[in-house]
Write a protein that binds this ligand. Structure first.
Ligand code: ZN
Ligand code: MN
Length: 479
């Protein structure tokens, strides 16, 4: 059989750190970083005799996430202990949710090559994050940092509905964008605020039974996820084609070698010996509470997109790209409000800004400049203070060292030459140096004008006002 005879089945378990100010069961800050073990207290350090108290914001954020992904919200939910041992989990159990998660049976829509597709969400539950082990390259040991222990998470478990790495990527991007819009998580993948456990299995096309799956844990880059799924699917097909068997196990993806490696046999739910946490009360929600959260949900990407088509007359493609990220979308709206030129803001975002983001593998949230600075850049071009080619240099500078574009152009001497005398000097100089072009133009070759303007731009290092150059060359050539 060939590869074409197989189907790849992918399911994702996505952990998102919630952006509450304090941890899930104590009042320590959730802030990223900080000296090791400074964001801790006896509760999140798991001292015996301490008692957890559930942070109400965590419930609110999880319900928000559930409503935004079309889940049913459970009015009767609880916390359970999931037992396992890790050096960065001093309690030896994680407080999570087992049989009564807060949210169930949701769905989100993604775009695929063959049109829209619905990915079902099995559940969203709340749980606490574990600490972190810092491997000491010099002393040869590992150091435990519990700053992250007790940071609230929501875990969103999809049904195995994705059939390609591309669909898995689109689903994760969709989830990320929804969580950003409703502001429950900053979704900074590079800081691990959003990470996915990727389950992959293969089966022969036409089979109805799922094949044995393997799981790759804690993946936090879209690129690695796509590569890892493609690699793992191929590997499983090879094993089956050669008469082998797939074992349920947890794998580690190695980005450098581009391969997966076995870490351990995968446990099933029963191995964790879940039981209700006796230190915490049941979570009971009223219809009114849920309704209030529903009413407070902000505008979601799909509706913003529609508005951009009507209000700003953006193309479907541009509107989709901009609204796919809340950061880009906010940047667009704020900059437009200042400079009043939606078309220019749109163009900068979809062309030059996106290009720089792609080249540097950056997420929109990492854009270092703000909407004011982008708007200022556009105003300077609109006023004719700088040309759009200088504008591109200013943008590069904004990425390097963000500051007021006006300061940048002063400092760099990039202000456009709009002085008639100065422009005229350049025009005469270029004409004198290129008599052939004058003849060409007079002989009907319009292209020669473009060449002359190009020479003048070169002469002024891109600073001459292009409209004035055009006008003056024409005047001289008609003489
Ligand atoms: Zn604490
Ligand atoms: Mn989990």
């Amino acid at each position: 059989m060939s590869r074409e005879d197989y189907e790849v089945i992918i399911g994702l378990e996505v952990h998102a750190e919630l952006s509450t100010k304090t941890k899930i069961f104590c009042s320590c800050p959730t802030e990223f970083g900080g000296a090791p073990n400074t964001h801790t207290c006896p509760i999140c350090m798991a001292m015996p005799g301490t008692l957890p108290v559930l942070n109400e914001k965590v419930v609110e954020y999880a319900v928000k996430a559930g409503l935004a992904t079309n889940c049913e919200i459970s009015k009767n939910s609880k916390n359970d202990r999931k037992n396992y041992y890790y050096p960065d989990l001093p309690k030896s159990y994680q407080i999570s949710q087992y049989d009564k998660p807060l949210c169930e049976n949701g769905e989100v829509e993604i775009e695929t090559k063959d049109g829209k597709k619905t990915i079902r969400i099995e559940r969203i539950h709340i749980e606490e994050d574990a600490g972190k082990l810092n491997h000491d390259d010099f002393g040869g040991g590992s150091l435990v940092d519990l700053n992250r222990a007790g940071v609230p998470l929501i875990e969103t478990v999809s049904r195995p509905d994705m059939r390609s790495a591309e669909e898995a990527e689109n689903y994760l991007r969709k989830l990320k964008s929804i969580f950003e819009y409703i502001e429950v998580s900053d979704c900074k993948m590079q800081e691990g605020s959003l990470r996915a456990d990727v389950n992959v299995s293969v089966r022969k096309k036409g089979d109805t039974k799922l094949g044995t799956r393997t799981e790759m844990k804690n993946m936090n880059s879209f690129k690695s996820i796509v590569r890892a799924i493609d690699y793992e699917a191929e590997r499983q097909i090879d094993v089956i084609e050669n008469g082998g068997k797939i074992y349920q196990e947890t794998l580690r993806w190695d980005d450098v070698s581009g391969k997966t490696f076995s870490m351990r046999d995968k446990e099933d739910a029963q191995d964790y010996r879940y039981f209700p946490d006796p230190d915490l009360v049941a979570i009971k929600l009223s219809e009114e509470y849920i309704q209030n959260i529903k009413n407070s949900l902000p505008e979601l990407p799909e509706s913003r997109k529609q508005r951009y088509l009507e209000e700003y007359k953006l193309s479907e493609k541009d509107a989709k790209l901009i609204t796919s990220s809340k950061y880009l979308s906010d940047l667009f709206e704020e900059a437009t409000a200042i400079c009043n030129n939606a078309k220019a803001v749109n163009n900068w975002i979809i062309s030059d800004i996106s290009k720089i983001l792609n080249e540097n593998e950056m997420e929109p949230v990492q854009i270092p400049f703000n909407s004011k600075q982008l708007a200022k850049l556009i105003i300077l071009i609109d006023k004719g203070t700088i040309s759009s080619s200088i504008g591109k240099k200013v943008l590069a500078e904004l990425f390097n060292n963000p500051r007021d574009p006006e300061e940048i152009i002063k400092e760099k001497g990039w202000i456009q030459i709009s002085d008639e005398g100065a422009i005229k000097d350049v025009v005469l100089k270029v004409l004198k140096a290129n008599p052939q072009s004058i003849e060409d133009y007079k002989g009907g070759k319009d292209k020669a004008l473009g060449f002359l303007i190009g020479q003048a731009m070169k002469e002024t290092k891109g600073k001459a006002n292009p409209q004035m150059l055009n006008k003056m060359f024409l005047e001289e050539l008609k003489k």
